[in-house]
Design a protein around this ligand. Structure first.
Ligand code: NAD
Length: 256
């Protein structure tokens, strides 16, 4: 379905981003990966699916590096047809204890990076009259939790950014949508499981059960593979009139 298209997925060395990159690669897309950590492992995982793949190490807190990454993808593959703004970090603290540096980093990486990437990639998409922007928001783009002020502000912001950009592209072949996962067991969430296990003196499994029981009525984690399949649908022709949505995949979290 995505033969001849290029997808740039930020934060795709791990977790949800890697899951989405694999799903798009299975549809024939060329992939530009980004993120820190196990770059070689991520490249090997996507390469094993058969398509072309490359990597750019832009730090998503740095606007100039984001612009350079989009330009590099256009030079390497000829276009950015699918842009998945996925890179993200978390920090948990009360507002009065929240380090200013962590606030700035979360707003930069979880929100502003999506603006900078769209700013650079939308002109090419509009010129070709085809594009898909998928912003990975969160259930926290729709509702809040205590201790996550920066994350909740950034994720609500990315839902708003998605709606504005969807209206600006509404009569074109470019669509802009957000995906709002609930709990997905990635390194980002495992840290919160570990913190809960330590704070409450329980096992890892019990901490996972409590985390889910608090918020996610299905009592099951959403998987990166499931989110990858939703990304594939949003890239399909059938989704050409899905515009500006914040699509929850959260086991019922925001239905409560
Ligand atoms: P993860 O920690 O597994 O992956 C995060 C990715 O972002 C990694 O590839 C990391 O290298 C990259 N990254 C972090 N800072 C970066 C920077 N400055 N520049 C470039 N890359 C950077 O986490 P994940 O759970 O897969 O999270 C991916 C996205 O999904 C995030 O936006 C997160 O907020 C969102 N999300 C996660 C969950 C969940 O339960 N895991 C739920 C809802 C939304």
């Amino acid at each position: 379905m995505l033969e001849g298209k290029t997808a740039l997925v930020t934060g795709s060395t791990s977790g949800i981003g890697l899951g989405i990159a694999c799903a798009l690669a299975r549809q024939g897309a060329r992939l530009m990966l980004n993120g820190f950590g196990d770059v070689e492992g991520a490249l090997a995982t996507v390469r094993a699916l058969g398509g072309e793949v490359d990597y750019h190490g832009a730090d998503m807190s740095k606007p100039a590096e984001i612009a350079a990454m989009v330009a590099a993808c256009e030079t390497r593959f000829g276009s950015v047809d699918v842009l998945v703004n996925n890179a993200g970090i978390q920090h948990v603290a009360l507002v009065e204890d929240f380090p200013t540096e962590r606030w700035d980093a979360i707003i930069a990486i979880n929100l502003s990076s999506a603006f900078h990437a769209m700013h650079a990639a939308l002109p090419g998409m509009k010129a070709r009259n085809w594009g898909r922007v998928l912003n990975i928001a969160s259930a926290h783009g729709l509702v809040a939790s205590a201790g996550k002020s920066a994350y909740v502000a950034a994720k609500h912001g990315i839902v708003g950014l998605t709606k504005a950009a969807a209206l600006e592209t509404a009569t074109s072949g470019v669509t802009v949508n957000a995906i709002c996962p609930g709990w997905v067991l990635t390194p980002l969430v495992q840290k919160q499981v570990d913190a809960r296990a330590a704070a409450e003196g329980v096992s890892n499994d019990e901490a996972k059960r409590r985390l889910l029981a608090d918020k996610q009525p299905s009592l099951q984690f959403t998987t990166p593979e499931e989110l990858g399949e939703l990304a594939v649908f949003l890239c399909s022709a059938a989704a050409q009139n899905v515009r500006g949505v914040a699509w929850a995949v959260d086991g019922g979290w925001v239905a409560q």
